[in-house]
Design a protein around this ligand. Structure first.
Ligand SMILES: Nc1ncnc2c1ncn2[C@@H]1O[C@H](COP(=O)(O)OP(=O)(O)OP(=O)(O)O)[C@@H](O)[C@H]1O
Ligand SMILES: O=c1ccn([C@@H]2O[C@H](COP(=O)(O)O)[C@@H](O)[C@H]2O)c(=O)[nH]1
Ligand SMILES: [Mg+2]
Length: 209
């Protein structure tokens, strides 16, 4: 991989072309239920779900030259360099015929956020923030059973620390802009989705108004 400056230049030369998109950032701690609820939102509201973590895991599987670096970062609960994740998101958006996207688990820090806005020109419609306490998130992750290399207690503790130190400031940034819709994600899955429906249904009625 070249320097960050070279990589950013490479992305900005491609941008999103003329494609206009609606983006909702779905943020929350590890195990707060983002992926679970994104599947429900896709089914009911016609969004395409882009999980940054899933895109990075697919990149490892594809045998990419960045695969080993990404694998090591995920195992340590660290944040992969912005240019790598943004390139994957940009490609996924451009390759998809839809114009409404849920971006799940990104931006992970202030640098991710600023680089994404600068490079793609995308400003999120709003941020859907999953609020859940650590004990519950830890229990869910240890029971998830999907064979993820980061679902072990050592990595989970590191992910919580990164979330508090690096990711919550992103939520605070959008809060200062009045863009955060916070939901109580500690409730059972169907109840969380009831709260989400209120938010997305009002979005639908604004579009048809
Ligand atoms: N509200 C809930 N109550 C109980 N269990 C839940 C709830 N939401 C999700 N789960 C379960 O918790 C686990 C983690 O959920 P999910 O993968 O959706 O979280 P996530 O926020 O995407 O996590 P990560 O950030 O690690 O990708 C899954 O096994 C899921 O079935
Ligand atoms: O924007 C991102 C998203 C994810 N990562 C890395 O992947 C893991 C797992 O992410 P999930 O959202 O929980 O699937 C995360 O801990 C980071 O190591 C990233 O670097 N940048
Ligand atoms: Mg997830």
């Amino acid at each position: 991989m070249g320097s960050a400056t070279e990589a950013t230049k490479d992305i900005s030369e491609n941008l999103l072309g003329d494609k206009k998109v609606t983006v909702v950032f779905v943020l929350g701690g590890p195990g707060s239920g983002k992926g679970t609820q994104c599947a429900n939102i896709v089914e009911h509201y016609g969004f395409t779900h882009l999980s940054a973590g899933d895109l990075l895991r697919a990149e490892i599987k594809s045998g990419s030259e960045n695969g080993t670096m990404i694998q090591n970062m995920i195992k340590e609960g660290k944040i992969v360099p912005s240019e790598v994740t943004i390139k994957l998101l940009q490609t996924a958006i451009l390759e998809n015929g839809n114009d409404k996207f849920l971006i799940d688990g990104f931006p992970r820090n202030e640098e991710n956020r600023a680089a994404f806005e600068r490079v793609t020109g995308i400003v999120p419609e709003f941020v859907l923030f999953f609020d859940c306490y650590e004990e519950e998130m830890e229990r869910r992750l240890l029971e998830r059973n999907q064979g993820r290399v980061d679902d072990n207690i050592e990595t989970i503790k590191k992910r919580f620390k990164v979330f508090v130190e690096s990711s919550l400031p992103v939520v605070e940034h959008y809060e200062s802009l009045g863009k955060v819709k916070r939901i109580d994600a500690a409730k059972p899955i169907p109840e969380v989705f009831e709260d989400i429906k209120v938010i997305f249904s009002s979005l639908d009625s604004k579009e048809t108004a």
